[in-house]
Design a protein around this ligand. Structure first.
Ligand SMILES: *[C@@H]1O[C@H](CO)[C@@H](O)[C@H](O)[C@H]1NC(C)=O
Ligand SMILES: *[C@@H]1O[C@H](CO)[C@@H](O)[C@H](O)[C@H]1NC(C)=O
Ligand SMILES: *[C@@H]1O[C@H](CO)[C@@H](O)[C@H](O)[C@H]1NC(C)=O
Ligand SMILES: *[C@@H]1O[C@H](CO)[C@@H](O)[C@H](O)[C@H]1NC(C)=O
Ligand SMILES: *[C@@H]1O[C@H](CO)[C@@H](O)[C@H](O)[C@H]1NC(C)=O
Ligand SMILES: *[C@@H]1O[C@H](CO)[C@@H](O)[C@H](O)[C@H]1NC(C)=O
Length: 262
């Protein structure tokens, strides 16, 4: 069973989705290949086809470069590159041989670049069955990964490091940054804030783990348990307990929202 946790307007939610049973080799994205924002649905799929990387048209002529659950009718977006700057039709994303991974708009508009820790030795890109898109070297070491730049969602096996942030979407159909921020601060405290929308700064902290000096990372493990790892020990955050069900069912974010009574 797979899960995802996501910060929406107010709360951290979980999605339970069908499990991709077998681990298969990557379908590598070769350097120099590209996908273009248009209505042809071109994507890079994970081996199980559970996750897709590509463009979704959000408004007429406005595209979001995103990763989404590909096997449920509502293709729930779990990551995006340009949430505040939709790109136009004809925009392209491409991993280059020199290690750059770029989104460019044909009319010279917004451009997004993945900040690879090292540009040396990028061999291929791959959409993994975990929902992580990686740029890897020849020994499959990740040089850049979407898991390191979360938007509003955490997936199983993903961790949120110090200074990591989840910012809720503005609404269910508008993926721009919205009104809530969930962050593991550099000081080790895990805090939920309202945002000084539309400015980028935090306004009011309404929840925290009070772990200044000790919180080191938020771990979402394969079984759906979420922990705040501290320097001393791994402690459970009670308010982020996973909701487990015996049988995997397809849930949209909205259905979950309703089910949990929000
Ligand atoms: C793209 O995918 C959607 C949804 O699956 C489908 O309705 C549409 O016909 C596809 N478009 C093309 C050009 O294949
Ligand atoms: C889940 O979604 C898949 C793909 O859309 C579909 O084939 C399957 O029947 C769905 N399962 C349930 C339990 O609704
Ligand atoms: C992907 O690339 C790596 C490194 O070059 C290689 O070891 C692996 O076999 C490739 N996988 C596929 C499915 O092409
Ligand atoms: C590939 O990357 C990993 C982790 O980033 C690193 O440990 C490894 O040395 C690299 N391998 C090569 C051949 O560059
Ligand atoms: C999303 O909402 C923001 C804030 O109201 C707004 O500035 C932006 O234009 C909206 N984007 C879309 C695609 O509607
Ligand atoms: C996730 O954490 C829980 C609680 O510590 C543990 O029981 C479970 O075995 C862990 N799952 C994995 C896959 O490590």
């Amino acid at each position: 069973m797979a899960f995802a946790v996501s910060i929406t307007m107010f709360f951290v939610l979980l999605l339970l989705l069908p499990l991709s049973a077998t681990a298969q080799p990557y379908r590598n994205v070769t350097l120099g290949s590209s996908i273009t924002a248009n209505n042809k649905n071109s994507t890079w799929l994970s081996p199980s086809e559970e996750f897709a990387f590509g463009f979704q048209q959000i408004i007429r002529g406005g595209y979001l470069l995103a990763i989404w659950f590909n096997k449920i009718p509502e293709r729930t977006i779990v990551w995006s590159a340009n949430r505040d700057n939709l790109v136009q039709e004809g925009s392209k994303v491409q991993p280059y041989a020199d290690g750059r991974f770029e989104l460019s708009d044909p009319r010279g508009g917004f451009k997004w670049t993945a900040a690879a820790t090292s540009r040396d030795g990028v061999a291929y890109g791959a959409m993994l069955d975990s929902g992580n898109f990686v740029l890897a070297n020849s020994s499959s070491g990740a040089l850049w990964q979407s898991f390191d730049e979360p938007t509003d969602t955490l997936l199983p096996t993903q961790t949120l490091n110090q200074d990591g942030k989840l910012v809720s979407s503005f609404s269910k159909t508008n993926f721009s940054k919205g009104r809530f921020l969930f962050t593991l601060q550099i000081d080790g405290n895990l805090v939920s804030y309202t945002r000084n929308f539309p400015n980028d700064d935090a306004k009011f902290a309404f929840w925290s783990t009070q772990t200044v000096g000790s919180g080191s990372k938020v771990i979402f493990n394969q079984s759906g348990d979420i922990f705040l790892a501290t320097k001393m020990e791994v402690s459970s955050i009670l308010c982020l307990q996973a909701r487990r069900r015996p049988r995997p069912v397809n849930f949209t974010r909205e259905q979950y929202w309703n089910m949990m009574g929000f």
